[in-house]
Each structure stands twice: as C-alpha cells, then as structure tokens.
Design a binder for this molecule. Structure first.
Ligand SMILES: Cc1cc2nc3c(=O)[nH]c(=O)nc-3n(C[C@H](O)[C@H](O)[C@H](O)COP(=O)(O)O)c2cc1C
Length: 380
C-alpha cells in the first residue's frame, strides 16, 4: 500500500502503523484510560443524519469560512499537535506548507519541533497554542515573541492542567527524552527507515521552549516541563489578564461546558474550541459533537464556536457546521498522513477532505456554508 492508495482516514492510519515504530504510532493513535471518549468522538456523528435538498442549482461551491477574523478557504484547519518531527522529519514545515497550499489555518504547539517564527513565513493564518506557566514574566515574553512573529491567533489550551493517563505510552515507555522498555526498543529496531531518517536529519529540539528553559545537556524532558513549569492553579482571572495583554484574537481550547463558554465570552475571548483533546485527557468526558448544540445555543451569537476531536470525514465537518460551528479542527486526520509521506501526505489528506466537503455540499444542495443549518440535520 502506498500514498496513492490512501483514500480515507483509515487508509492513512493503516499505512502510518506500518511505517512508524510502534511507540510513536501509539502516541498518536492512543488516548486516555479505556479510550472511550476517543471512540465516542467519531461515533457521536452517527447520532444524526444529513437531510439533503435537491434541485438548488448548485454551482461554484464556496466552502470558505471566516473564523476569529481569519478567512479559511476550507472549513477544517490543522489543530496544534506536539512533536511533529518525530512522526516525519519534515514535521511542522510539511503541515504549514500543505495548509498554506489549501488556504487553511494551522496551529503550532508549544511543544512543536520547528520554531513558530520559521513557520510564520507562510502566508496562511497561524495559531500559536500556549500553555500557561507559573512564571508570569515568561508568559508575557512568549506572547510578545509570538506577537512580533505575526501570529494571528493565540490559543490557550485549558484541558491539560495535568497529563491524561495514556496507558499505551506507559507500556512502551514513550516519553521525551526516550526511556523505552526493551519491547519498545525492539519496535524501533524493526523500523530502520524511520530510524535512518531520524538520525540523518536535524537534531530533535523543542524551539518554543529551548529559548526560555534550561534543559540539562540539551535533553528535553517534557514531563519535567509540565510538572515544574506549568501552573495548575490557573484560573479565570489569570486568563482574563492574558487576554487583555495579547490584545487580539484569543481562543480557549478545551471548553466543554456552557458555563465555561459563557465565562470565555465575559473575559473577552473571541473564540472557543469545544474539544476533549482527541480523547487524550479526561476519558469519560462527553464528545465535543454531542456538546456542540447546547454551547452554540448559549453563546454562538457572541463568540466564534469551533470544535475538534473525532473528525474523519467531510460529512462530519458538514454536520458540525450545520449545528453552528464556525470551523472545525482535526489532529490525527493530518498526523497519520504526515507520518506516511510528509508534506505530500498532508496535502493528499487535505485534498481528499476538500473533495469530500465539496461533493457533500453539492449533494446537500448547498452553494455556500451559509446554506447549512440545523434544518439539514435530524437526530435519530
Ligand atoms: C499526537 C497528538 C499530539 C497533540 N499535541 C497537542 C498539543 O501539543 N497541544 C494541544 O493543545 N493539543 C494537542 N493535541 C490535541 C489536538 O490539538 C486536537 O485537539 C485533537 O487531536 C483533536 O482530535 P482528533 O485527533 O480526533 O482530530 C494533540 C493530539 C495528538 C493526536
């Protein structure tokens, strides 16, 4: 099976599993505890069906959306994800370039492996995903660097106050730096091509953090970063100050309740991402799609509501937009393709997604995203 044989999420996932050492594949594929929320995230889209209209004279389909002041040529963007150069040596460079080609937004993680300044050279809108540190001076310095680099949207992740229990990673010993179990080491030996690419390309680093945090001998410890530097006492007052310091498009990622969505409006956020982190944090939490309707009804006219988690198909995108999401994000839908073939893989994933959305809009009788509404959906 090759890239050209991949037609959907499942094909990319199968090929990524073949190409990546198992500990890395499982880091992407895995989720928290029993992975129930992870599974529910996608299944929840089956709770309703699209109701098409016909004979609407569909031509020149326009799937562009405007979210948090950014025009996106397609309504799905690449959510921020950590450690991308571990998945493929092109890492964030591949994702930023592919997203630029398709005119959509991409997120750079605080745990990204290419600097936000380097990827900012692309012309498409860029999100910087931020973790809140105990050191307020450090937060301000990082925000100021992002502002100077020209980042359009600040996205504070609020569902990682502590790490999720990812048992696949515990079993394989996946961590940064690697401290693999013997079985985990064997999995790397079995994928020599990945190992060859890893050692023959630029040394692994976390440039968003390197500048600020003294890492022993250059060995980056993510767990040390999370436990020692991030602030578990983060509250709404802290975020309100951060929103005012940033003074621009500011979004909270990981909102799940109506109460929190209302607070986000009150403190001046311009967007929220309803997300359970792809099921990687609180297992048993509700799926974002299940939660979308009540949050849109409460705050949809006051703030841009976005959702991520579980999106695999164009029809999932259209269901979320029909319920009032302004755009959607996805992680694994571009990470498996990245692992499979770098930029070419991400481009193929975006192209297939674009074609699915276009075809489905055509079949739904929609010329533009504005034609979608809850009227297009029936819950079973
Ligand atoms: C491998 C991986 C790494 C991730 N890293 C981050 C991160 O650094 N920061 C963050 O806010 N979210 C991170 N996420 C969550 C994504 O931004 C997004 O919420 C999630 O992938 C959506 O679910 P989906 O993969 O089902 O589309 C990560 C997700 C994955 C799969």
């Amino acid at each position: 099976m090759k890239l050209k044989d991949c037609y959907n999420f499942h094909d990319f996932r199968t090929l990524a599993r073949r190409r990546l050492p198992a500990p890395i594949y499982n880091y992407i594929d895995g989720a928290a505890d029993d992975e129930k929320s992870h599974r529910r995230n996608t299944i929840s889209f089956d709770a309703c069906d699209l109701v098409p209209n016909v004979l609407r004279g569909v031509k020149d389909i326009d799937m562009s959306v405007t979210v948090m002041g950014q025009k996106l040529e397609m309504p799905i963007y690449c959510s921020p994800t950590a450690l991308q150069r571990l998945f493929h040596h092109e890492g964030e460079r591949a994702v930023a370039s592919a997203a630029e080609k398709f005119g959509t937004m991409f997120g750079v993680s605080s745990l990204g492996t290419v600097s936000l300044q380097e990827v900012r050279k692309h012309s498409n809108p860029q999100v910087y995903q931020f973790y809140f540190h105990k050191d307020r001076g450090l937060n301000n310095a990082m925000m100021s660097d992002a502002k100077k680099a020209g980042v359009e949207v600040m996205m504070l992740t609020v569902d990682t106050i502590t790490g999720g229990n990812r048992e696949r990673d515990l079993r394989s010993g996946f961590s940064i730096p690697f401290s693999l179990s013997p079985a985990g080491i064997l999995q790397f030996v079995l994928k020599p091509m990945w190992a060859f690419n890893y050692v023959t390309h630029e040394k692994f680093s976390l440039p968003q953090l390197d500048k600020y945090i003294d890492m022993d001998d250059g060995a980056v410890s993510i767990s040390r970063y999370i436990t020692e530097m991030l602030d578990p006492s983060l509250d709404w007052n802290d975020v309100e100050k951060m929103v005012s310091t940033w003074d621009g498009e500011f979004c909270l990622k990981g909102i799940m309740s109506v109460e929190d969505a209302r607070k986000a409006v009150d403190i001046g956020c311009t967007g929220i991402v309803i997300s359970n982190h792809g099921g990687r944090q609180l297992d048993g939490s509700r799926s974002p799609f299940d939660q979308l309707d009540e949050i849109v009804n409460a705050v949809g006219d006051k703030i841009d509501v976005i959702m991520d988690s579980g999106i695999q198909r164009g029809s999932h995108v259209l269901k979320a937009l029909s319920l009032g999401a302004k755009a959607v994000g996805g992680g694994r839908f571009y990470l498996y393709p990245l692992a499979v073939a770098g930029q070419a893989g991400v481009e193929r994933a975006l192209e297939l997604m674009r074609m699915e959305i276009e075809r489905d809009m055509c079949l739904m009788g929609c010329n533009s995203i504005h034609d979608l509404s809850p009227e297009n959906l029936r819950f079973r």
